[in-house]
Design a protein around this ligand. Structure first.
Ligand code: GUN
Ligand code: ZN
Length: 431
């Protein structure tokens, strides 16, 4: 007989995209909700009383009225190798990379260290309620193997790729156009589509790749079009000026990728803050996704992502910590930062839009929206249960809240890993 699990309690449900429709019409909290799970899949979503009666054999876990059953958080752009140097002080992007990031990424030349950081990173993010990440690795192929293996051990859905760089990086962190192609191809053959893994072809960004390397990766993507392609785009103004020096023939930053076949529906561009009108038009036409990294964009001093303007163009948008440029592993903290950036731009996001971005929105940006990011029938049972009164400060605000939305907003703004009551991965309780 199939083992069945029934989670009961307030449940977050999506019926559409709250960046495109009024959030009240497409996001709801079912106060007496229930989620039935069998074989790692959500098989029913409904009312607690009805599902308890219909499935008396199911093992029930009941969450109280001050909890919220949510999809597991999806972090659409991270650098797991930067776990140990998160929150390094005072630099802008290029100096931050040279002074803090590259020396730490060099340490992952040791496969034992790469395995230890992979495990540490996934345990930290799971404790923060994140059940899927899309990660850059280092240039070392074993750094990607380590993360894929650590995810497999935990049965996590994962997106990752070996980072490719053949210039403007220290000698120990450079590959070549040919080895980037060969090593990425071997990793695709080893991992892409195996279990819960997706491979993302990963040129770091155009300052650290020659046009030849970008072209080799464009050719590889044409061979494996169902892989994702992840990279960085227009994060800082001084970076953009450098890109234009390095690629004088390019019309703009996006063109450095476009000219080499690195644009398309499965392209995922992190940051995308200082975009030219042509770049926005091209991203819109191709269906590529953008990822908002709000804690990173303030921490490294990059700028304010135009969520409202880009969502109005119907561009798929995900949300991400961008650790270790981002200053937190927490998607709650990341939602809070997205709210604050919205305020600075005069377009604050509602709690329903923030939590949609951190789940279904990010899943959509990674082309996983038929598998994860929603509590709905047929979806993989990755579920994060929030405690909406996790600390004395939050509990006293929760006590005053007139709705679940008001309460959820307080947890978004003030919460951390203490607000994560339980995390279920493919139907199994973790921790
Ligand atoms: N641009 C190129 N590499 C990186 C990185 O590791 N972090 C961030 N935030 N931006 C980048
Ligand atoms: Zn990044």
């Amino acid at each position: 007989m199939t083992d069945m699990t029934l989670l009961t309690g307030p449940t977050l449900c999506f019926d559409g995209n709250p960046l495109q429709q009024a959030w009240e019409d497409v996001v709801r909290i079912d106060t007496d909700g229930a989620v039935l799970i069998a074989n790692g899949i959500i098989t029913q979503v409904g009312q607690a009383a009805a599902l308890k009666q219909a499935y008396p054999e199911a093992a029930v876990t009941s969450y109280g009225a001050d909890h919220l059953i949510c999809p597991g958080f999806v972090d659409a752009h991270v650098h797991y190798p930067q776990t140990a140097m998160i929150a390094s002080w005072g630099k802008r992007l290029i100096d931050w990379l040279n002074d803090y990031t590259f020396p730490e990424e060099m340490r992952l030349s040791d496969p034992t260290y790469a395995a230890a950081i992979s495990a540490r990173y996934l345990d930290l993010t799971l404790a923060h309620g994140t059940t899927t990440v899309a990660s850059f690795c280092t240039i070392h192929p074993h750094s990607a193997d380590a993360l894929f293996k650590a995810a497999q051990t935990r049965n996590l859905r994962i997106v990752a790729g070996k980072t490719c760089m053949d210039r403007n990086a220290p000698a120990g962190l450079r590959d070549t156009a040919q080895t980037a192609y060969d090593d990425s191809k071997a990793l695709i053959d080893r991992w892409h589509g195996k279990g819960r893994a997706t491979y993302a072809i990963t040129p770091r960004f155009s300052p650290t790749s020659t046009p030849e390397q970008l072209a080799a990766l464009g050719a590889l993507w044409r061979e494996y079009p169902d892989c994702l392609m992840q990279t960085h785009l227009s994060e800082q103004t001084d970076e953009i000026a450098w890109v234009s020096d390095l690629h004088p023939q390019a019309r703009d930053y996006l063109d450095t990728y476009e000219a080499q076949g690195l644009i398309g529906e499965r392209a995922v561009f992190g940051h995308a803050i200082h975009l030219e009108p042509r770049e926005i038009d091209r991203i819109t036409e191709t269906g590529a996704a953008l990822v908002h990294c709000p804690t990173s964009n303030t921490f490294i001093g990059s700028g304010l992502f135009d969520m409202a303007g880009l969502a109005a163009r119907h561009i798929p948008i995900g949300l991400a910590t961008d650790t270790g440029g981002g200053s937190s592993f927490s998607m709650l903290r990341t939602m809070a930062a997205a709210y604050e950036i919205g305020q600075l731009r005069g377009t604050p996001l509602h709690a329903a839009q923030l939590i949609w971005l951190a789940t279904a929105g990010s899943a959509g940006s990674l082309h996983l929206s038929d598998k994860i990011g929603s509590i709905a029938q047929g979806y993989e049972a990755d579920v994060t249960v929030l405690n909406l009164s996790s600390t004395p400060a939050i509990a006293q605000r929760h006590a005053q809240a007139k709705s679940h939305w008001e309460s959820l907003f307080a947890t978004i703004m003030m919460g951390d890993d203490r607000a994560v009551a339980d995390v279920w991965v493919a139907g199994d309780l973790t921790g």
